[in-house]
Design a protein around this ligand. Structure first.
Ligand code: AHR
Length: 514
């Protein structure tokens, strides 16, 4: 009898707890028939600069290398980047762009002059990777090139010649020079940046001065042979709203198709190590990553004032986490490891870009291989994929899909008296009608239940992929390359016209709904 009563109490407690837990489940409503804006595939773009081991070793090993390569470009890296469908690649900088003289990087390689890479360690740049090699790389990857011109230390003539060299199909001094260098047909290069960080490493200019220079330089970025340039003006860093205000006020909308924005979300609070950090650093880093949303909102408000029809795109052409370099490596080479925390940074940032796709038309994570928040790390002939790579692989389903309105009500991830939302979501519907949801659980200590209702479409099936790992600082190494790797996700079940899922702590989940 006594045991019976205890049993009833235990069952009641169980029922109450279950009820409480299900009350606490996060709620998501997706309106599958209300999507309007397209998530430009270029939001999943990349940035590669002549910095450290990104270009040299990362891509370029030279034709005589024992590392398998095609015309000097390593095959393993190209294959990996093809898999994640890199849509666009920005080059040659960064700060390097404003001291790069492109004519030094054409013609027979052994005759190319060298230069000092003053920004990045004062190393000698031999110019073996130049315009032809970059455009060959883009062709091998199957992505669009985005070239950033030199305003800080270059001339209008130089930039104008570069455009002619690359895109003019008739007879002209630059097109003939291109032919002499082995390329008969012009390339199609749509995206042209007019300077980089010209408020800083690109010339320390005031926005008023740069706005005038931009107007002048962009005039000579000509449309040749049907190649209509999409011109990107140098934009602000993070919360420098004045730069955006002045550019929008002084440069007519018809003169710029894009205005850039850079924001790096730094590293941890107490530790700046990429792999040796605690929860305090995890929390601080993710909170800073979430600030991308605020930056986009603020700059968009200014852009809306001058450009209510959203003709000028916001181009976030540098973003990512910035940790201390790996011990024992050149501090100027910015070589950092990449952990599960970086995967969450990528996941929430890409969700934010998706949600702002009405204004944000391109973003380029810094910097693809061996530098900052890279997709790929190399060591001689060896190559590993980072947790960030896997997020880009999982999220590629959003490329060129329609953004769906997604209303999320979720709890908070609390840490030492502070809090951020525990979950972060974006949703899209692709051309075939499939719905994709990317969901980040930022809480490293607690799985989260999610109950989702899909309106405006009949739900018949669900499948998914999850990226998580044993620890917040789990990462892949050359000896252990698969510590952080996506797996099939089996914790989502159809319910009503939607589903219920349990999202593991510290995870990125992408669901496909038929
Ligand atoms: O990505 C590294 C550097 O960060 C870039 O060269 C510069 O544009 C930014 O400050």
């Amino acid at each position: 009898m006594k045991t019976g009563r205890i049993g009833i109490v235990v069952i009641l407690c169980g029922v109450l707890l279950t009820a409480r837990e299900s009350l606490q489940a996060a709620k998501l409503v997706i309106n599958a028939d209300l999507g309007k804006a397209k998530i430009s595939k270029n939001i999943y773009g990349h940035f590669s600069e002549h910095l450290g081991r990104c270009i040299y070793e990362g891509y370029w090993v030279g034709e005589d290398s024992e590392i398998p390569n095609t015309r000097g470009i390593r095959n393993d890296v190209v294959q990996a980047l093809k898999k994640i469908k890199v849509p666009v690649l920005r080059w040659p900088g960064g700060c390097f762009a404003d001291e790069y003289h492109w004519k030094d990087g054409i013609g027979p390689r052994e005759q190319r002059p060298s230069m000092i890479n003053t920004h990045w360690g004062g190393v000698t740049e031999n110019n073996h990777f130049g315009t032809h090699e970059f455009l060959d790389l883009c062709e091998q990857i199957g992505c669009e090139p985005s070239i950033c011109g030199n305003v800080g230390s270059g001339t209008v003539e130089e930039l104008s010649d570069w455009v002619e060299y690359v895109t003019f199909d008739g007879k002209s001094p630059m097109a003939d020079l291109r032919r002499e260098n082995g390329r008969d047909e012009p390339w199609k290069v749509k995206y042209w940046g007019v300077g980089n960080e010209n408020w800083g490493c690109g010339g320390n200019m005031r926005p008023e001065y740069y706005a005038d220079l931009y107007r002048r330089f962009q005039t000579y970025v000509r449309k040749y042979s049907g190649n209509k340039p999409f011109k990107v003006a140098c934009g602000a860093y993070a919360d420098n709203l004045r730069w955006t205000e002045v550019l929008m006020e002084k440069v007519p909308v018809r003169m710029m198709q894009g205005l850039s924005l850079h924001y790096y979300c730094g590293s941890g609070e107490k530790s700046r190590s990429a792999t040796k950090f605690g929860e305090v650093d995890w929390f601080a880093q993710l909170r800073r990553a979430l600030r991308m949303d605020e930056h986009l909102r603020r700059h968009s408000v200014i852009m809306d004032k001058y450009d209510p029809k959203k003709k000028v795109a916001l181009i976030v052409d540098e973003w990512g986490a910035w940790h201390n370099v790996e011990p024992g490596t050149n501090p100027a080479f910015l070589y950092q490891q990449n952990s599960l925390r970086d995967a969450l940074v990528a996941g929430v940032t890409l969700n934010i870009f998706n949600r702002h796709c009405g204004r944000v038309k391109m973003a380029n994570i810094a910097q693809t291989v061996n530098v900052l928040q890279a997709m790929i790390l190399t060591d001689g002939p060896k190559m590993i994929l980072t947790p960030t790579y896997h997020v880009f692989d999982m999220y590629k389903v959003h490329q060129d899909a329609k953004l769906l309105p997604a209303d999320l009500e979720c709890g908070e991830y609390k840490f030492e008296g502070d809090e951020i939302p525990a979950l972060d979501v974006s949703a899209s519907r692709d051309w075939s009608g499939k719905i994709h949801l990317s969901i980040c659980n930022l809480n490293p200590n607690k799985p989260d239940k999610l109950s989702c209702e899909i309106r405006g479409a009949k739900v018949t099936g669900i499948s998914g992929t999850v990226l998580t790992a044993p620890a917040i600082n789990s990462h892949n190494t050359f000896d252990n390359p698969d510590v952080v790797k996506p797996k099939a996700f089996n914790d989502a079940m159809l319910k009503g016209n939607g589903f219920e899922a349990t999202l593991p702590a510290k995870s990125v989940v992408v669901l496909e709904i038929d």
